[in-house]
Design a protein around this ligand. Structure first.
Ligand SMILES: [Fe+2]
Length: 274
């Protein structure tokens, strides 16, 4: 299972890792002023939708010309990762999950200059920062390629990436239909409500990567969205919300992904009054 989770060994919350009591206070503190729980006065329609639903889809956000140009330049690199022909890609930028049929080039903008404007889009960056609210801990951008039919992607199990708000901006470089491995998202499941507190807690301990506590009955009241779209469409999603991948049934999928994770490791002395 590819999933992000807190490295508990390096986290200041290490000594509290099994304490649900302390996590409850941390959780409350994290969401106290967060837009997910409180909304945001200065939000445009798209940011409001993101806050409300956990995702917003911006159809055809980028022009076909822009997309075609960058896509053609990216193919050789992602294919190089698949075939093992390095094409000058640094070892640390190569990500390969052969069993899942996923091939990635981290920092693709360092190899394909035309990818840079996609990662520097002022409007999208503004949305991501306002939504994440707490300072951003890390930003990563990569090209994500899924070309293998007949393999099973481990992340087709419903899960969330981490208990904290975590934004991913997906830019579709190919048309994505239901057969092209679309992401599936449970709308509004990102909201901090009692039904998912246990999921958040287990994830915070590092003992669960976000999938073990997401049985279907927990999300039965949420609307499931299969995110399809034409090349050029942008999806901004909080991967704290419940989601899953789909297996590829036809053709391939190529997209740019930019990820924002918030920094939030407060000292417990400042959080816990009792
Ligand atoms: Fe995920």
């Amino acid at each position: 299972m590819r999933s992000t989770f807190i490295n508990i060994a390096r986290s200041p919350i290490k000594k509290y890792k099994t304490s649900e009591h302390y996590f409850k206070k941390l959780h409350a503190h994290y969401f106290k002023n967060h837009p997910i729980a409180n909304g945001l006065a200065q939000a445009d329609e798209n940011l409001k939708l993101l806050i409300e639903n956990g995702l917003v889809i911006l159809p055809n956000y980028h022009s076909v010309e822009q997309i075609n140009s960058v896509r053609d330049q990216i193919y050789p690199y992602v294919n190089a990762v698949k075939t093992g022909n390095k094409l000058g890609i640094k070892e640390q930028d190569i990500v390969k999950y052969e069993e899942d049929g996923i091939y990635r080039v981290r920092g693709i903008q360092n190899y394909v200059n035309d990818a840079l404007p996609f990662f520097n889009d002022e409007y999208l960056l503004d949305i991501a920062h306002k939504y994440t609210y707490h300072p951003i801990r890390s930003t990563t951008g990569y090209a994500d390629y899924k070309p293998d039919i007949g393999v099973h992607d481990g992340t087709t199990t419903m899960h969330m990436d981490q208990w904290k708000a975590s934004i991913k901006i997906f830019t579709l470089l190919t048309d994505i239909g239901v057969s092209n491995a679309p992401m599936v998202y449970w709308k509004k499941s990102h909201k901090p409500q009692p039904w998912r507190f246990r999921i958040d807690f287990m994830n915070s301990t590092g003992l669960d990567q976000g999938s073990g506590f997401c049985p279907a009955q927990l999300v039965k009241n949420f609307e499931k969205i299969t995110i399809t779209g034409e090349a050029g469409t942008v999806i901004v999603a909080d991967t704290r919300g419940i989601h899953r991948a789909s297996n590829l049934l036809e053709d391939h999928r190529l997209q740019l992904v930019q990820k924002f994770t918030s920094d939030f490791y407060p000292h417990f002395s400042s959080v816990i009054k009792s």
